[in-house]
Ligand binder design. Structure first.
Ligand code: PHE
Ligand code: FE
Length: 283
């Protein structure tokens, strides 16, 4: 999301949105979506939270081809009041927060090329739409995303975007949820990744630690490899309660004098579900 220049690129509106231009996708691009979709659809049952699969269903995302944002928006609007809008790439933080605060999810419209099937630097339409959009059908998650946008605008004014961004990273992108005696995936960065959807849940390498707001805001993260720690929430309602009902102002002030926590650290206070071997990170 970081981007210093606030001027939208040519062809984009003042709020940085562009038309999705759905009819311009080639058969090859739709086929790429289908390939990615089938791979994840085979992987996710039993691993992802049921709310995600319900979201795919509600939005009719099980049909082939790159979804039409207008159609997704129409279905989402009826459920939770959200829309999906296209942007040309990364947008400035404030633009991103403004959209979320108004229940608009910004999504990239391009799809990765075949040689990028397993790794790509910038989020494409598969990550953004397959990964993020299904859970926007869930009322508590939908409220959380809006509250995050409002919280982002506030954090910007307080100079605390970096701390808040870790909350997004370790929940929206890489979150796990307790499910009976098991853990399930819900983070978009995991559910859209072939490798990480197994690694995050089943590999001995990463830590799996209970959600704690301040702990998580202190924790640095990796952008170049699988995560070294994942954080586990009890439910979306619980996540909403522990964030939306809390004034982050005093927490940001406390954090100014507290040290960061390394991505692989386990602290005495942690509720540890699994202490990682960190073999993957060392290899
Ligand atoms: N309660 C937060 C604040 O005081 C806002 C927020 C809510 C941030 C939910 C993230 C998620 O700034
Ligand atoms: Fe994402």
């Amino acid at each position: 999301m970081a981007q210093a220049d606030m001027t939208p690129p040519e062809g984009a509106a003042a709020d940085w949105t562009v038309p999705q231009d759905w009819s311009a996708y080639t058969p090859g691009e739709h086929a790429m979506w289908d390939r990615l979709f089938e791979r994840q659809a085979a992987m996710l049952p039993g691993r992802v939270v049921p709310e995600f699969l319900e979201g795919l269903d509600i939005l009719r995302m099980t049909r082939p081809g790159i979804p039409d944002f207008a159609e997704l928006s129409e279905r989402l609007m009826k459920r939770t009041g959200w829309q999906v809008v296209a942007v040309p790439g990364l947008v400035p933080d404030r633009v991103f927060f403004e959209h979320l605060a108004n229940r608009r999810f910004v999504a990239g419209r391009f799809i990765r090329r075949p040689e990028q099937i397993d790794y790509l630097q910038e989020p494409d339409v598969f990550h953004d739409v397959f990964g993020h959009v299904p859970l926007l059908t869930h009322p508590a998650f939908a409220d959380y995303m809006q509250a995050y946008g409002e919280g982002g605008l506030r954090a910007d004014g307080l100079g605390s975007i970096d701390h808040l961004a870790r909350l997004y990273w370790y929940t929206v992108e890489f979150g796990l949820m307790r499910h009976g005696n098991d853990l399930r995936l819900y983070g978009a960065g995991i559910v859209s990744s072939f490798g990480e959807s197994v690694f995050a849940l089943e590999d001995a390498s990463p830590n799996r630690i209970g959600f704690d707001l301040k702990r998580l805001m202190r924790t640095q993260y990796r952008i170049d490899d699988y995560q070294q720690s994942y954080f586990v929430i009890d439910s979306f309602e619980d996540l909403l309660r522990k964030t939306s009902d809390v004034d982050f102002g005093p927490i940001y002030r406390e954090l100014e004098t507290e040290s960061d926590v390394a991505p692989d650290a386990v602290l005495a206070q942690d509720r540890v579900y699994h202490r990682g071997s960190q073999d993957h990170a060392r290899a």
